[in-house]
Ligand binder design. Structure first.
Ligand code: HEC
Length: 148
């Protein structure tokens, strides 16, 4: 009986918004980690697109898949109340313009999914073109909502 009650409580906690179970500093660390992982993989794609490393369509697709699976995990790292609590480059405007921020986040999700889709065709020119559109999605948000 007690065990049943406990697992029900765990389920409820899992479904609750990030801040109900985490301190602001944990939420900040989560979003910075997600961004670091995205940046790690995106940087490798950038190097290939710029010809700094050898073009490798299979590696490109593998990294594009990783980014496409990370992108939908970003938004919960911006839970209300996580504007401060640890060192952060996130601007306070995020939480006062959440609808606009969400539209930029949803563009990231769309563009990274398109990147992963096109990567599996192996069409180099299309992959490079979609890489640029994805980079623009990063920039659109960083320009407005991230400190330099
Ligand atoms: C919807 C807005 C948004 C989009 C889109 C976005 N970012 Fe970010 N990113 C942020 C914010 C805000 C921060 C600062 C987070 C903080 O310091 O708390 C950040 C931080 C980062 C960091 C620094 C992480 C750290 O703490 O060291 C990297 C790297 C990064 N983003 C890469 C990317 C890349 C690459 C893309 C596109 C593929 C991207 N971001 C798209 C909002 C965004």
């Amino acid at each position: 009986m007690k065990a049943t009650f406990l697992s029900a409580a765990v389920l409820v906690a899992t479904a609750a918004p990030a801040l109900a179970q985490h301190k602001p500093e944990q939420v900040i660390h989560y979003r910075q980690s997600a961004m670091t992982l995205i940046g790690w993989n995106f940087g490798a794609l950038s190097a290939m697109v710029k010809g700094k490393t050898t073009w490798d369509a299979k590696e490109f697709a593998m990294r594009a898949d990783r980014i496409a699976s990370l992108a939908p995990q970003v938004l919960e790292g911006f839970a209300p109340g996580s504007d401060k609590g640890a060192k952060t480059e996130a601007k306070a405007g995020i939480w006062t313009s959440m609808d606009d921020f969400k539209s930029k986040d949803s563009n990231l999700v769309d563009q990274t999914k398109a990147l992963a889709d096109v990567a599996h065709t192996g069409d180099e020119a299309a992959m490079k073109a979609q890489f640029k559109k994805t980079a623009q999605a990063c920039k659109d948000c960083h320009d407005k909502y991230k400190e330099d």
